[in-house]
Design a protein around this ligand. Structure first.
Ligand code: HSE
Length: 310
């Protein structure tokens, strides 16, 4: 990162898809778009101000806003806890959508603060970002924040030592449909069982190993075939009316695989071609159960960016 501090930093921080099929709390895919835009300016010591721009309303109390909270945590971790700042946050994605909205805010806040303070330690930025994630989700999971920070496809391979593997994914289309319902991550997590059956664990080990092989050999068709999960998906699909209809519609239109984005309610399909046809099929699938949905097409992305320092 940076050796020297500055007065102002502008950061764009991306949406992500956590779990990516079989990798519950481990796999993350960074998306090229949408992105949050976060601007941090230095203020005198101890002063913190937050402004929220755009159509999504979020807390402006610096202790309750994910982006400013992780910025404060970053300052604390590097021994500058009294660093004052003003921050503006423009959300590019709907909170509570399953597209890593809280991770985009927390990584964006931590990276903007790191740019201002001249902090280069990515491990420290990851830690502060996960603290921001915890504020919203109620648990410190690293899958979304790792993908947003490092870009590409990431694997939290050892949570204890924070070992994050980074894989450059091949190019494919990601078609996302976001039904007009909200699912809070903490609720979607609370409905998961505390233990799983051995046969389901064995199945997920196979799926996740296959997914890694497919990513490393850059075989998009194979990536699609491993987009399944026996740990979280069977419980969470019940929170998304029309899940099976939308899945069938996407696969029928040529998708190579389909799953839930993070804890939902966003669902996604991947493809090589046919993206518009798949998008329309997914929207019709939700419509068939009486739900409106937003939809868009994106590709894997390269992670958070510092657009400007001055
Ligand atoms: N891995 C987390 C979960 C991601 O599925 O609960 C939340 O966005």
């Amino acid at each position: 990162m940076w050796k020297v501090s500055c007065d102002r930093a502008v950061v764009s921080s991306p949406a992500t898809i956590a779990n990516f099929g079989p990798g519950f709390d481990s796999f993350g895919l960074c998306l090229d778009a949408p992105r949050d835009r976060i601007v941090v300016r230095r203020l005198p010591k101890g002063r913190h101000e937050v402004k929220v721009l755009g159509k999504y309303s979020l807390p402006t109390n610096p202790e309750k806003n994910t982006a400013s909270y992780s910025a404060m945590k970053l300052a604390e971790l590097c021994g500058s806890s009294d660093a004052g700042f003003s921050m503006s946050v423009r959300k590019g994605m709907k909170p509570g959508s399953g597209l890593g909205s809280s991770a985009a805010s927390s990584v964006g806040g931590a990276v903007a603060m790191a740019a201002v303070l001249g902090v280069r330690d990515k491990g420290m930025i990851l830690e502060a970002s996960a603290m921001g994630e915890e504020l919203v989700a109620g648990s410190r999971h690293f899958d979304n924040v790792s993908a947003a920070l490092y870009g590409g496809f990431t694997v939290v391979s050892d949570l204890k030592t924070r070992k994050i593997l980074r894989i450059r994914p091949p190019r494919f289309q990601i078609i996302i449909a976001l039904p007009d319902i909200s699912v809070e991550t903490r609720v979607a997590r609370s409905m998961l069982p505390s233990s799983v059956e051995m046969k389901d664990a064995v199945c997920n080990v196979g799926l996740a190993s296959g997914m890694l092989h497919a990513m490393l050999t850059r075989n998009v068709r194979m990536i699609g075939s491993y987009l399944d999960d026996k740990l979280a998906l069977p419980h969470r699909m019940k929170l998304i009316p029309g899940y099976s209809e939308v899945r069938d519609a996407a696969m029928g239109a040529g998708a190579l695989g389909f799953s839930i984005g993070g804890s939902g309610p966003a669902v996604f399909a991947i493809s090589q071609g046919n993206a518009q046809k798949i998008r329309k099929a997914m929207v019709s699938g939700f419509k068939s159960v009486g739900l409106k949905s937003d939809s868009f097409i994106t590709v894997p992305g390269t992670g958070v960016k510092v657009e400007k320092r001055s």
